[in-house]
Design a binder for this molecule. Structure first.
Ligand code: KG4
Ligand code: ZN
Length: 323
């Protein structure tokens, strides 16, 4: 089976093609970073217009890259939410048009499900697994038991982790998106230079929170001449996010061991923040020491892409009871 995937829910326009042998036949991405940079964040109107311009071109490029024709496609999958509504509408209307002209199935995919299933494309992971989904809009622990079978264990009560990276980067006058900019400066800083708070890291408080951490960084910035301590702020902030994750992973494992009848041995991290090498390494070391199998998608498939949407579409379609 060959599925075309389309992603346009935020600031990446992406088209990809995957097959049921877990091969990514094409993976086209146009990042709008340059268009949003001057505004310090994504402007929904600019994003939607850019998706309109780029999608038809990427669609053709994707077919060329995979040496396929329209008739080879078995279905058209697209992110149908959550996301910026203008971009989502562009993608959905484009996908519905292509599907109806080609008389192929249209498959609506939840963006988070795309992130959640990426490791089944790249690493053939079996269900169930425990997932930390950390992106720009979401930060939650999920027990992934099957296609369409997700149990939320905990979630952020305020900012998402990626959102905290973006906001801290903005306070430090760094480029958008904030995650990669902070990770770069953190390489030259001391991760233990500043002690930032770790909100909700206490017994019997299972949700996540990043707002207090962000405020602590703001207060430090307001009281200091930051030019000489930028690297240390980035390193300490990044380290604190990693420490919060470790604390919360421990709690999530406790909950799963208590409540899940099935043994869960695999832990997965996905979403844009999973592209952070420092965080990946800290989590990997922690989980391997605790006897867990740790899997993170390759870095280029952590941030938004259409291969994950095509793959989730393929899994959903294969699992469809009405076929
Ligand atoms: O999954 P994603 O590409 O889009 C959403 O679904 O939100 O995640 C984007 C988020 C942004 O907040 C970005 O700053 C963050 O992921 N991010 C990172 C890194 N790369 C992207 N955060 C930390 N370190 C990174 N290397
Ligand atoms: Zn995403």
């Amino acid at each position: 089976m060959i599925i075309l995937g389309i992603e346009s829910s935020c600031d990446e326009t992406a088209v990809a093609i995957v097959n049921s042998e877990r091969k990514i036949l094409s993976n086209q991405i146009y990042s709008q970073i340059k268009e949003h940079k001057e505004f310090g964040g994504v402007v929904p109107e600019v994003a939607a217009r850019s998706h309109i311009e780029c999608l038809p071109y990427l669609f053709q490029k994707s077919l060329q890259e995979s040496s396929l024709t329209y008739s080879d496609l078995d279905g058209i999958a697209v992110t149908a939410g959550p996301g910026l509504i203008g971009g989502v509408m562009v993608g959905v209307i484009f996908a519905k048009t292509v599907a109806s002209i080609l008389k192929k199935p249209f498959i609506a995919v939840n963006h988070l499900e795309g992130h959640a299933l990426t490791v089944r494309l790249t690493d053939k992971i079996e269900f169930p697994y425990l997932l930390l989904l950390a992106s720009g809009g979401h930060c939650q622990f999920l027990l992934v038991e099957g296609i369409n079978q997700y149990k939320q264990i905990s979630t952020t009560v305020d900012d998402a982790a990626g959102e905290a990276f973006d906001k801290v980067a903005k306070m430090l006058n760094l480029d958008y998106p904030g995650g990669p900019a902070i990770e770069k400066l953190a390489l030259k800083g001391n991760p233990k230079a500043f002690q930032f708070p770790k909100p909700l890291c206490e017994a019997n408080r299972y949700d996540l929170s990043f707002s207090g951490l962000k405020t602590a960084v703001r207060q430090l910035i307001e009281k200091n001449d930051i030019e000489h301590i930028k690297n240390d702020i980035c390193a300490s902030f990044q380290d604190t996010v990693a420490e919060i994750f470790l604390y919360k992973i421990n709690q999530a494992i406790e909950i799963i061991n208590r409540d899940s009848p099935k043994k869960v041995n695999s832990f997965v991290i996905a979403g844009g923040v999973a592209a952070n090498k420092y965080i990946r390494e800290k989590i990997s070391e922690f989980l391997i020491n605790h006897g867990y199998n740790f899997i993170a998608p390759p870095i280029h498939l952590c941030t938004d892409n259409a291969a994950m949407i095509a793959w989730a579409g393929l899994e959903l379609f294969t699992d469809w009871p009405y076929q």
